[in-house]
Design a protein around this ligand. Structure first.
Ligand code: HEC
Length: 158
């Protein structure tokens, strides 16, 4: 029996090799900005900003979508746009602090890392993102939460 690869098999192997090499290059290129220290839910947040919009864009919109419309796919990510449950600023702050079912916790005491140390947000950052979402995306709640109130919630709720 002839065990040598026929020319067409050789060509197919070569082609498959080229495809795999091209995919690896794409993966490296796509991953590069992530490894460059972009704050994200998959890494620690070297992230001093207390701008609620920036925090939303870096961390929350990956799941809740840029328009806060939520998503259904591998999981269910509720809409935060025009969300009646956000009437309670404490509910929203506790959700971000402690997590809720598939929603990850971002409070330093509660966050669990996926790969490496978890992303955490300070009380001031949690207050900023809560106030941002509750006054954007069709939410018009007037009462603001302060960093001190977030801290008090963190102390009270275990
Ligand atoms: C890894 C995905 C993920 C990220 C990142 C994420 N969330 Fe969530 N979030 C969820 C899921 C899933 C739920 C639904 C939890 C449940 O089952 O009740 C949720 C629920 C919520 C709720 C409750 C909504 C409601 O109507 O009850 C709020 C508020 C919320 N998230 C705010 C945020 C904010 C603010 C951020 C950014 C700091 C954020 N989330 C980041 C996945 C995520």
């Amino acid at each position: 029996m002839n065990t040598r690869a026929s020319p067409s098999t050789t060509a197919r192997c070569l082609y498959a090799g080229i495809v795999i090499a091209a995919l690896l290059i794409v993966i490296v290129l796509v991953e590069a900005p992530v490894r460059a220290g972009t704050p994200s839910i998959f890494g620690p947040t070297p992230f001093g900003t207390t701008d609620g919009r920036q925090i939303y864009e870096h961390i929350c919109q990956g799941c809740h979508m840029p328009d806060a419309g939520g998503a259904v796919g591998a999981g269910h990510y509720p809409a935060l746009a025009a969300d009646p449950t956000l009437v309670s600023r404490q509910y929203m702050a506790l959700t971000v602090l402690k997590g809720r079912r598939n929603m990850p916790a971002f409070g330093a005491k509660h966050a669990i890392g996926f790969v490496g140390p978890p992303a955490t947000l300070s009380s001031a950052q949690i207050a900023a993102v809560v106030n941002y979402v509750r006054t954007h995306f069709g939410n018009h709640y007037k009462d603001m939460i302060t960093a001190a109130e977030v801290e008090a919630l963190d102390e009270a709720a275990h």
